[in-house]
Design a protein around this ligand. Sequence first.
Ligand code: FAD
Length: 375
Amino acid sequence: MSKCAEVVIIGGGVIGCAAAYYLAKEGVSVIVLEKTDNIGNGASSRNGGGVRQSGRDPRELPLAMYGIRNLWPTLSEELGVNVEYHKEGNLRLGKTEHHMEILQGLTDRATACGLDVRMIDGKEVREINPYLSDEVIGASWCPTDGHANPLKTTLGFYKRARELGAKFYSGETVLEIKKIKGKARQVITDHDIYEGEHIILACGYESRAIAATVGIDIPMRKELIEALVTEAEPKMFAQMLGTADADFYGHQTEHGSFVFGGASGMEDVNKDNGMQATSSLTAPCICRGIMKYIPKLADAKIVRTWGGYEDICTDGVPVISKIDEVPGLIIACAFTGHGFGIAPTVGLLLSQLAMEKETVLDLSALRYDRFKAVI
Ligand SMILES: Cc1cc2nc3c(=O)[nH]c(=O)nc-3n(C[C@H](O)[C@H](O)[C@H](O)COP(=O)(O)OP(=O)(O)OC[C@H]3O[C@@H](n4cnc5c(N)ncnc54)[C@H](O)[C@@H]3O)c2cc1C
C-alpha cells in the first residue's frame, strides 16, 4: 500500500472529492482520507442541493457564478454520473414588508457584482410558480440559479477521481498534521502515517481541531440543520425555493420527491446535555411552515428526515486558503451551510493551489488570516 502522494486530502466530502478529481485529472497523485466508512457521510450527502448565486456574500459570489457558468452545465457528462443539475431559477420568497427589505438588500448587493437577479411582486411570483400561496407578496428571482443531487454529485467526483487513479482510504480518522523541516508533510491517522507534498484539510467543522495541531485556528462553530424528503409527487415546479426568513428551502427532485430543509423554531429548546438535538416535533413544525408557502403539499407524505452539521464561520464565508505559517497546508472549510453549490469551483481552485498554479479566481477575501485583529 502506497502511503505517499503528491497531495493528501483530509475529508471525503464533496469538497475533498472534487479536489481529488481535478487533481487526478491533471495527473497528480492523490490520497483521500475519510474518517467514516462512507464517502460523503457528512453534510455532503445531507444537504438541500441548492446551486445558487443569489443570497450569497459578495466575497463568495464569484465562486458560485464561475461554477454555474463553467462547471455545472457539463458536470454530468464530465463525471459520467447524472448529477441531476437543473438551472431553472431560484425564488427567494417574502411575506412581509420586512422580508422585502431583506430581499432588496440581497438583490442590490448581488446586482452590484453583476448577477442577473431582480425583485418581483406576488403576481409575477405565481406566474413563475402557481403553487405558491397568496401569503407570498414578492420575491427575488435569479433565473440562472438551480439545484442538483448532492449524493450523486459527491459520488460522481469520487467515482471519476478513483477512475483517474486517486486513492481513497475510509475508516481513517486523522488525528494530527505534522511538520517536517517547517513544512506540513505528514498526516497521522488512528491507523497509519501518510505523506504528501501538499495537504488539503477539508473535513467540515472537524477541520478546526486538526488545524489546531499546527497552531492554526479557524473561528467557526457547528450547527445542526434538519431536512426531509416526501414521497414522489406529480411534477409541480422546477425552481429552487428559499425564503427571506430562511425558515425553509427546497426543490422537487427529478423523480418527484420534494427535498426540504428548514427551521422548526425549536432550535434553542431541543438540547441534549447542552448539545443541539432533534425531537419528534421538529419535522412536523418544519412541515407546517412549508405548507403555508405551498398549501398543495398538505397531503404529501414524508418518508425520511435527517440532520446534518453546518460549519458556520464567524463572518459567514468559507476559508479557502494556503497557510503562510505552515507551508504545504491548504485549508477549505467553514462553508456556513452553502458549500455544495460552489463545490466544483472550490475543488478546481484547491487543485490549482496544490499545483502552485495561478487560480482562476482571486481568493484573497477568503484567506485564513482575515480574522486577525488589525492593530
Ligand atoms: C441539512 C443541510 C442542508 C444544506 N443545504 C445546502 C444547499 O442547499 N446548498 C449548498 O450549497 N449547501 C448546503 N449545505 C451545506 C453543504 O452541505 C456543505 O457546505 C458541504 O457539503 C461541505 O462539504 P465538505 O466536503 O466541506 O464537508 P462534509 O461533507 O461534512 O465532509 C467532511 C468529511 O470529513 C470527514 N472527517 C471529519 N473528521 C475527519 C477526520 N478527523 N479524519 C478524516 N475525515 C474526517 C467527515 O466524515 C466528512 O465525510 C447544507 C448542509 C446541511 C447540513
